[in-house]
Design a binder for this molecule. Structure first.
Ligand code: URA
Length: 457
């Protein structure tokens, strides 16, 4: 296939035809287009965008590059959640077993760390022995048996996205609404879902920081889902600070386990419950948000959700003892406490700085071949608005050695700023609910006028 004219057309602001997208993606998946040419095309898409028909064709081509799960005759509803990516976002590890323990099957297919954000697969693989690479057949059998799988893209599912995702991660081509939407939806639509719930992050640590971009991404993915017969809804959640306290693979897995045992940080639990409510409503197993929340709380409180996680870990070859005793997770060699330099109010905990530092410590990738170190990262116990005293411990660095600790301290110095008072209001933790019917601003009373961002959406 002669790709150069297509790259040039996109570079100059033109559109490719659906047939061209289809042929391009098929040829790239088959290894007939070089990574450097695909990188150039991706960069042109980042700069020029995609027309609606191009996005539909790209998504369909990525979906068609592999197989789709099908569950003909199985009455259990299947609902998944997908996050657009954040720092400290371990929601999937809590949410999947929690929702599955409420009678909804969760075929959760996740990704690896991308750019400065962490990935669910890297967190799961911190559990000794845990296998995220199941075949499609294994995945289906486990879903029918346990109602939950926590896996990576099988080689059969959207292989085009798998290649493109890895390429985008190392070529500065992640941050584009059409590429993110096509990537996420091509995988999700292959799962044979009854419905899908999206957690769209906004704020400085999100791939798309502006609220208006988050809303546009949500609407774009919802349209792709709904047009292909998968009811899709989204919540916009804050990523102007890390979610929860732990950032780094094993540390986040430990925090997720604590959350399943009823000891999760407040913000993590609020986002988890809100997404869980959406999933139970979309599955049709509860008729109101209040009932759905109660069902989730009961499943967590009774230990059913933690038990489901144990079953999933065991089924996927991991050590289920991790749920009872998270100290079986790999531990960092060097741990140091970081204290507040001055007395005052925490004005920012910058997630991008923290996410990049986790990568620099070895907890993420800078090239496709990198192997992640599960042990490294941070636990940050303060949030914007908290009052602190000089010398008070506010974070810990988990590193391989003293030079890692130094790097971690420098990142914390930059990420956590302290002043006399809050100068910028943190984003509401959950700000908007988006469905095919429109945008609900959750921060306003029901009949108040819409915000500007919601009006634009
Ligand atoms: N998550 C995905 O699956 N794909 C993206 O492009 C970004 C986040």
């Amino acid at each position: 296939m002669f790709v150069v004219p297509l790259i040039e057309r996109k570079r100059d602001g033109g559109a490719l035809t659906p047939e061209e997208w289809s042929a391009l993606i098929a040829a790239y998946t088959a290894g007939r287009i070089a990574d450097y040419q695909m990188s150039a095309l991706l960069m042109a898409v980042v700069l020029r965008g995609l027309e609606r028909a191009e996005l539909a064709a790209l998504t369909d081509a990525m979906l068609a590059s592999g197989q789709r799960l099908s569950f003909d005759g199985w009455a259990t509803p299947r609902v998944d959640k997908h996050s657009t990516g954040g720092v400290g976002d371990k929601v999937s590890l809590v949410l999947a077993p929690l929702v599955a323990s409420c009678g909804v099957a969760v075929p959760m297919m996740s990704g690896r760390g991308l750019g400065h954000t962490g990935g669910t697969l890297d967190k799961l693989e911190a559990i000794p022995g845990f296998r995220t690479a199941l075949s499609l057949g294994e995945a289906k059998a486990q879903l029918l048996k346990l109602g939950c799988i926590l896996i990576g893209q099988t080689p059969e599912i959207a292989p085009a996205d798998k290649k493109l995702y890895a390429l985008r991660d190392v070529t500065g081509t992640v941050e584009a609404i059409p590429l993110i939407a096509a990537s996420i939806m091509s995988k999700k639509l292959a799962e044979g879902l009854s419905a899908l719930v999206l957690d769209v992050k906004h704020g400085s640590g999100a791939f798309l920081p502006a609220t208006a971009q988050g809303l546009e991404l949500a609407r774009t993915m919802i349209a792709l889902g709904e047009d292909r017969g998968c009811p899709t809804a989204a919540l916009l959640t804050a990523m102007d600070r890390p979610l929860g306290r732990a950032c780094g693979n094993a540390l986040e897995t430990e925090e997720a386990i604590l959350a399943l045992r009823g000891e999760g940080p407040e913000d993590l639990m609020e986002v988890t419950y809100a997404l869980g409510v959406e999933m139970l409503l979309a599955a049709g197993v509860e008729s109101s948000a209040a009932k759905a929340k109660k069902r989730l709380e009961d499943a967590l409180g009774s230990g059913l959700a933690a038990e489901k996680f144990e079953q999933v870990i065991e089924a996927q070859g991991g050590n289920p003892k991790a749920v009872e005793d998270p100290s079986v997770l790999p531990q960092a060699q060097a741990v140091e406490v970081f204290a507040a330099r001055e007395t005052g109010v925490v004005t920012r905990v910058e997630p991008r700085t923290i996410g990049r530092a986790v990568v620099s410590l070895g907890g993420g990738r800078t090239t496709v071949e990198d192997v992640v170190d599960p042990t490294v990262g941070f636990v940050i116990t303060v949030k914007p608005g908290d009052k602190v005293l000089a010398g008070e411990p506010i974070a810990s660095v988990f590193a391989r050695d003293a030079s890692g600790v130094k790097l971690g301290f420098e990142a914390l110095e930059r990420a956590i700023t302290i002043g006399d008072r809050l100068t910028e209001r943190p984003l509401p933790l959950i700000s908007h609910r988006v469905t095919k019917d429109g945008v609900e601003d959750l921060t306003r009373p029901p009949h108040a006028p819409k915000s500007r961002a919601a009006r634009r959406a």
